[in-house]
Ligand binder design. Sequence first.
Ligand SMILES: [Zn+2]
Length: 285
Amino acid sequence: MKQININNKPFTYQIKRKSIHSIHLHIKGKNSFYISCPYLTPNFVINRFIIKNSTWILKNSKKIFSCPKLSQLKNLGILGKKYKINITKSPKNSFSINHNTSVIQVTANTLYQHHLKKLFEKNLRPLALDLIKKEINAVIPNSFVGATLAVARRHGNLSAVKESPACNVVATAGRRRKKPVIPSVVEGSRRNCKSSLLRPTKISVRNQKTRFGSCSAKGSLSFNWQIIFFPSDKFRHIVLHELVHLKIKNHSKNYWHALSLLDPNCKINNKWLKTHGNHHFLIKP
Ligand SMILES: [Zn+2]
């Protein structure tokens, strides 16, 4: 193990010589990394490589987070609600959440991290999907049905789309028009409406390392299931972020404006997620 100071911060690193063609840097922990390089790489080349990439090392080592040891976990925040965790060893694996008493009861045949990880993920992932779907339903009124929209689109007009009673969004599409007009988020804002969003074609959860959500070209949304461990306003921000992408794919000025109508704190929330997001993960993806 070697040592080096980068910007007065001590780092330890290892050199792994392999049958490869170029040098690579891998962040291991908050203060450690390793270099993989071809067998015959001279040390001065490695040192030069580290110095050249010192900014990258500093930036990415900050992103490293350590997840809690699950066997010692006493509390868990889900959308800002604090749950008490009771884990006991028992021949049978079980996991039950009582939302009324805010207690999560876990029994496991071994308390090893990898085993508990699987048990937590298996049981909390479906909950995440459920909570995300609920949030989407809360944002988009049920009367503004995506299926209706899809049918209307196929027929070349949106006259079949009902108005949303919650906000009087009007899906303005003339019967004679061939091209459907989808009510824009910005247009909705003028009507003081927060619900002119489209429904996703599919909603799924994944276990991504750094991403919190994504929107496909076909209109399906996928979310990192561990966003349920964020405070509720941050969770909502992620859901809204992806919902707005159904209308505006890029991160243009228009996009941020549309998002800010739904989440006035979007800039603050976005910054929080960049800085603290990963640190709230329960399990290392
Ligand atoms: Zn985005």
